[in-house]
Ligand binder design. Structure first.
Ligand code: SF4
Length: 332
C-alpha cells in the first residue's frame, strides 16, 4: 500500500543546507507493521512528517523522492507531487493515514473537549454528525480502554492523566478510520506499565481494524514487540532493514549490533550496559564516507572514511549498507 523510494529531505538553516533524510527506501503492505528505529536525530520523525507532508516551509524534498500510496479505492497517489493545500492531501491525512505523536498535546487543542475534537474528525472523515458522531467517539474511547467514556468525553485534555491522554490521542487518530497509522514514539513519555498497556492496545486494535502501521521508536525492544519488519536509521539513512526476528538474531550492521547490545536485560543485571560509543553528529556535520565510521569499532582503514557504502541485498528481504558486506578489505 505504501512504497517510498530515494526519499531525501533538505532544510535551509542559518548554518546552510542540511540533509536530515538521505536516500531512504522502504515498502509497507496492508495490515503489516514497519518499525523505524534509531537514536534521536537519525531522521525517523522527519521521514514520518515527509509522508504526511507536514514538513516546515524551509524543507525541500529531493528531486528523486517518490512516495506512492494506494488508497481505499485502489488509486495510486504520488504524495510527493501533492501541493500542501491540495484537497487530496486533506483527504489523505486522517482518513487514509493517521498520525499519533509522543506528546498528545501536539494533537489536541487545549481549548476544546476531547469529545469536540474526536467528533470533528468523525464528521470530516466519516460524514457522521450529532448523536451518531458522539456515539462513535464514546465507542472509540471505550475501545482504547478509557473507563467511563460517557463522562470523559466532555473533559478537556489537560484534565486527563498522561496515560489517558495518550489513549485519547490514539482514539482521535483511529476515529477517522485510517488504513495506515504512523505512530511517532507513542509510548516514550509513558512509564513502563502504561507503556506495556498502550503497546498491547495498539497491537489489539491493529488486528481488529486491519490497519498497517509505521511505528517509530529509539527502542529496539519496543519495535520487536510490535513490528514484523524493521528499518534501522542512522543520520538520515536506513543502514539495515529486514524481517524483525532475523535482523535481531543476526544483525548485519555494526550500528544495529550496538543498539542491541545497549538494550538492558534482566539476565545480565550484574554486568555493565554497552552503549554505542560517541554521539550521533548533527546533519550539518555529516562525516564523509560511511556516516557511522567515527563511532564504528569495525571500520575498515582507507575505505570507510572515504566511500559511502551502497545497499547490499543479503537475501530473505534483508538489505544492509556496510562495506563489511561488499567484500572490501582494509587498505594499508
Ligand atoms: Fe563500520 Fe565501515 Fe560498515 Fe560503516 S561501512 S558500519 S564504518 S564497517
Amino acid at each position: 500500500m505504501l512504497s517510498v523510494e530515494n526519499l531525501s529531505v533538505t532544510f535551509r538553516t542559518d548554518e546552510g543546507i542540511v540533509t536530515p533524510v538521505a536516500d531512504v527506501s522502504f515498502a509497507l503492505a496492508e495490515g503489516r507493521t514497519l518499525g523505524l528505529v534509531g537514536e534521536s536525530g537519525s531522521g525517523k520523525s522527519v521521514t514520518a512528517k515527509a509522508l504526511m507532508r507536514l514538513l516546515p516551509g524551509t524543507a525541500t524534498l529531493g528531486a528523486h523522492s517518490r512516495m506512492r500510496y494506494v488508497d481505499k479505492a485502489g488509486q495510486a497517489i504520488g504524495i510527493e507531487r501533492l501541493s500542501p493545500r491540495a484537497r487530496a492531501l486533506r483527504r489523505l491525512r486522517g482518513g487514509e493515514i493517521g498520525m499519533i505523536f509522543q506528546e498528545p498535546m501536539a494533537s489536541f487543542s487545549p481549548v476544546y473537549t476531547i469529545g469536540n475534537q474526536i467528533t470533528e474528525a468523525i464528521a470530516l472523515h466519516r460524514g457522521l454528525k450529532g448523536r451518531a458522531a458522539r456515539a462513535l467517539a464514546i465507542e472509540m474511547l471505550a475501545k482504547v480502554g478509557i473507563a467511563s467514556p460517557e463522562r470523559r468525553i466532555d473533559q478537556y485534555p489537560h484534565t486527563l492523566s498522561g496515560g489517558m491522554r495518550q489513549r485519547a490521542m490514539i482514539a482521535l487518530a483511529l476515529s477517522a478510520g485510517p488504513r495506515l497509522l504512523i505512530a511517532d514514539e507513542p509510548t516514550t513519555a509513558l512509564d513502563v506499565t502504561i507503556q506495556a498497556q498502550v503497546l498491547d492496545l495498539m497491537r489489539g486494535l491493529q488486528c481488529d481494524l486491519g490497519m498497517a502501521m509505521i511505528f517509530i521508536s529509539h527502542d529496539l525492544g519496543v519495535i520487536a514487540q510490535v513490528a514484523q519488519e524493521v528499518a534501522v536509521m542512522y543520520l538520515g539513512t536506513i543502514v539495515e532493514r529486514g524481517p524483525v526476528r532475523a535482523l535481531l538474531q543476526a544483525p548485519a550492521h555494526p550500528y544495529t549490533r550496538g543498539l542491541i547490545a545497549a538494550i538492558p536485560r534482566l539476565d545480565r543485571l550484574e554486568g555493565r550496559l554497552h552503549p554505542v560509543p560517541g554521539e550521533i553528529p548533527s546533519p550539518s556535520a555529516r562525516p564523509a564516507g560511511c556516516p557511522f565510521h567515527p563511532r564504528c569499532a569495525e571500520a575498515l582503514a582507507g575505505i570507510c572514511a572515504t566511500r559511502v557504502p551502497e545497499p547490499v541485498d543479503l537475501g530473505g528481504g534483508r538489505v544492509v549498507r556496510c562495506h563489511l558486506h561488499t567484500g572490501e578489505r582494509s587498505v594499508a
